[in-house]
Structures are given as structure tokens and as C-alpha cells.
Design a binder for this molecule. Structure first.
Ligand code: NAD
Length: 246
């Protein structure tokens, strides 16, 4: 049996399947990933996404996030996001746990989405927590050339995302879902950013199945039931075609 057939069978037989996604699912929506062949870390220093850099050089930090915001703001979900939404509609996938900050799963129609690294469309004051739409921060940065500050307390504004050196707030919720799940379908993630990458590992170590769809090898390939090195949209569409009754 080929990988797509086996993947479809495992998904159909699962009691509680989840999807775990990374930046690779959004490259077909023209949002670059980090570690892929055209990834952002080939052009930028990963430190630019850290808390240390935000505190040290807020202007440089906003220059980097204005660029990332530009990629994300006009992006539309692609066939891979839509396939996961369809799998949820059909009752097969119960939740999507995503490391992405681009809202594309919700835009594609997925209802149960946990964004463990936050959402770039909103920003907040690093001191008092005041919430501000990121579009206003970008406008301020572009007009003045300097980092936006809070209208209430003058603290530094930053996107409501998890920066390197910060703990992901929603990770416990993601782990709880993983503990209840018997299959994890990982799509477009290098599976090397922890603690998020523990999600597929937990499902597998508790006796569930792990299906990985990713161009490049990942550290969890060795424990996966199936590894598919194919474009995310093509792989998910091929799996959907294998479902009974199609
Ligand atoms: P990643 O870039 O590490 O991995 C993406 C993977 O997807 C690559 O291995 C690539 O081969 C694969 N890929 C690319 N396009 C594909 C396609 N169309 N089909 C199949 N595979 C494809 O991204 P990641 O796994 O999401 O891990 C990094 C995480 O770390 C990010 O999701 C992010 O949340 C977090 N992070 C956060 C920041 C920040 O700004 N706070 C910065 C860097 C990383």
C-alpha cells in the first residue's frame, strides 16, 4: 500500500486526530518559512525574532516585523489549509495546533485552532499589556522610522506573538490536547523548535500514530509511522482522494 493510502486509513481509524502545522504549510501562500531552502534565516539573523533584540534595538526589531507583516497581511489560505479545514468538517481532525502567526487556518474555515505562537495581527504594550492592532504600529513605524510606543504608559509595543527567549503561553493547552489524541498529522514543520515540537512527540510516545508531511527531514522522522516528502497541498489532496467513498 502506498503512503497516501496508509495515511488515509490511519486518519479514518483515529478516535481523536489532530494536525500540527508549521511555517511550511504557508509557503504556498507566499509566506516564507524560516529554515527551508528559501527560508528567512538565509537572509536574516534569527536573533531578530528574540526578546533580547526587541529590548536592545526596537527600531531594528520593527523593521524585521514590518517585513513579516507585509508577507502575511495580504496572504490567502492555500489548498493545504483548506484540506485541513475539510478534514475537521468531516469530523476526522479535532483540532489544529499551529506554530504559525498568520491566521490562515481560521481564514480557511478551521474552527478549532490553537495558535501556540500567537497572532501577528494584534500587538500589545510590553509593560502594561494594552492591545493595539499591529496595522497601527506598522503605520507609526513607517511614518516616523521609529518603534511604536504605548499611548497609555509609553512602554514599547510588540506583536502579540511568542518571541525567542519567551515561554509559549498556550503550550500547556496544546500538551493537554496532545495527551487526548491518538494521531498527529504534522504538516510543514521542521519539528526542531521546542517546546512546540513536543506535541507530535507526546502523541507518538503515548502510543498514537504520527504522519509527517515535510520537504526536509525532521528529527522525528525516525519515530513516525509515515513520512511524506511532498508539497503540503499535493500530499493532503492525495490523502483526501484515498478516503472511502470518494
Ligand atoms: P521551519 O521554517 O523551521 O520549517 C518549515 C519546514 O517546512 C521546512 O522543513 C521545509 O522543508 C518545509 N516546507 C516548506 N514549504 C513546504 C511545502 N510547501 N510543503 C511541505 N513542506 C514544506 O518552520 P517551523 O517548523 O514552523 O518552526 C519554526 C517555528 O518557530 C515557527 O513556526 C515559529 O512559530 C517559531 N519562530 C518564531 C519566531 C518569531 O518571530 N517569534 C521566529 C522564528 C521561529
Amino acid at each position: 500500500m502506498d503512503s497516501y493510502k496508509i495515511a488515509a486509513k490511519l486518519l479514518q481509524g483515529a478516535r481523536h486526530a489532530i494536525a500540527f502545522t508549521g511555517a511550511g504549510i504557508s509557503t504556498e501562500s507566499n509566506i516564507p518559512d524560516f529554515r527551508g531552502t528559501q527560508g528567512l534565516w538565509k537572509r536574516f539573523d534569527p536573533r531578530m525574532a528574540s526578546r533580547g533584540y526587541f529590548l536592545e534595538d526596537p527600531n531594528g526589531f520593527w523593521q524585521f516585523y514590518a517585513k513579516r507583516y507585509e508577507y502575511i497581511v495580504g496572504a490567502e489560505p492555500n489548498a493545504a489549509h483548506k484540506a485541513l479545514s475539510l478534514l475537521e468538517e468531516e469530523g476526522i481532525i479535532k483540532s489544529v495546533i499551529t506554530q504559525n502567526i498568520d491566521r490562515l487556518h481560521s481564514k480557511a474555515g478551521s474552527k478549532s485552532v490553537l495558535e501556540v505562537h500567537g497572532d501577528i495581527m494584534m500587538s500589545r504594550c510590553d509593560c502594561c499589556g494594552e492591545q493595539v492592532p499591529t496595522v497601527e504600529c506598522i503605520k507609526f513605524y513607517r511614518d516616523s522610522g521609529s518603534a511604536p510606543t504605548c499611548g497609555k504608559c509609553q512602554g514599547g509595543l510588540r506583536p502579540s506573538i511568542v518571541l525567542f527567549e519567551e515561554p509559549p503561553d498556550l503550550i500547556e493547552a496544546a500538551f493537554n490536547i496532545a495527551h487526548r489524541s491518538d494521531l498527529c498529522l504534522s504538516v510543514g514543520s521542521s519539528l526542531c523548535v521546542y517546546p512546540a515540537a513536543m506535541v507530535p512527540e507526546i502523541v507518538k510516545r503515548r502510543g498514537g500514530h504520527l504522519i509527517i508531511i515535510n520537504y526536509d527531514p525532521t528529527p522525528l522522522d525516525g519515530i513516525a509511522d509515515i513520512v511524506i516528502r511532498e508539497k503540503a497541498s499535493a500530499a493532503l489532496e492525495a490523502i483526501l482522494k484515498e478516503f472511502d467513498g470518494r
